[in-house]
Design a protein around this ligand. Structure first.
Ligand SMILES: Nc1ncnc2c1ncn2[C@@H]1O[C@H](COP(=O)(O)OP(=O)(O)O)[C@@H](O)[C@H]1O
Ligand SMILES: [Mg+2]
Length: 250
């Protein structure tokens, strides 16, 4: 039996007013793949990630996620699909004035009742699970720390711990390391790769660093002005392809 792709884009275009951010994308991503989205600023990477997690619906074409056409399912079914996707952002997207445990526990929100979520703000629930996730990302001692007191690297670890608690099948990461410096970037990329390798999760991440894309992913998709210009394994990436991708549209 053929494997169903995690993501399938069929002739997808995205228009913002007069501006066309993505044009005729066809793309299939399969379970367990680690895909890097490469391209200059404005190439359409974030737009593509928002289409994949159902935050945005395409102007044309179809986006299929986990076997469902996102435009053809109910809001409830969409939430069920979204529960199986974890997203990590460049800006971490944490609630800064809450303690770390609450941001980690936000990974449960798709499953918890509203009552449990509210009670948890006063009496943190499932502390063991949160602590285990924070241990995995290397900052167990920050469980009750105010999130705003953490460094950028630590905040991105909290965002990863939240995804670990959510335990999705797919991790989408939109420039997860662009606000971090060298060593921290490596540690976060190592964690993402580990989550994908050990947890069997599919990873789709936009990156500025060719080096990390090649060392941590097994498939590189180049976007230029909203179009896919290459889709290759790291070994097939040439200097010409790199120059062309960043040389135009900058
Ligand atoms: N909500 C929006 N409204 C209008 N234009 C947008 C919107 N989102 C993105 N764009 C435009 O679409 C293009 C692609 O943006 P984006 O996907 O953020 O690129 P990247 O993440 O590769 O830098 C850019 O020119 C951007 O200005
Ligand atoms: Mg972006």
């Amino acid at each position: 039996m053929a494997t169903i792709p995690i993501f399938e884009l069929k002739q997808v275009s995205q228009q913002f007013g007069q501006f066309r951010a993505l044009t005729n994308l066809n793309l299939q991503i399969y379970p367990g793949e680690r895909v890097a989205l490469l391209g200059a600023s404005g190439a359409g990477k974030s737009t593509l990630i928002r289409l994949l997690n159902g935050m945005l619906f395409p102007s044309q074409g179809e986006v299929w996620v986990l076997g469902r056409n996102l435009a053809k399912i109910s809001p409830r079914q969409l939430r069920q699909v979204q529960r199986r996707l974890g997203t990590v952002y460049q800006q971490f997207n944490l609630v800064n004035n809450l303690r770390v445990i609450h941001n980690v526990n936000a990974g449960h929100l798709g499953r918890w009742s509203l009552m449990k979520a509210v009670v948890s703000l006063l009496f943190p629930q499932e502390v063991e699970t949160a602590l285990r996730a924070l241990t995995q990302v290397g900052i167990p001692e920050k469980l009750y720390a105010p999130t705003e007191s953490l460094s950028g690297g630590q905040q991105q670890r909290v965002a990863l711990a939240r995804v670990l608690v959510q335990n999705p099948e797919v991790i989408l990461a939109d420039e997860p390391i662009s606000n971090l410096d060298g060593q921290l970037s490596r540690e976060i990329m190592d964690l993402l790769k580990e989550m994908s390798e050990i947890g069997g999760k599919t990873l789709v991440t936009s990156l500025h660093s060719i080096e990390f894309a090649c060392s941590h992913c097994d498939r590189l998709v180049g976007l230029q002005r909203g179009q896919i210009v290459f889709d290759v394994p790291p070994a097939a990436l040439s200097q010409t392809m790199i120059d062309e991708l960043w040389g135009v549209g900058q």
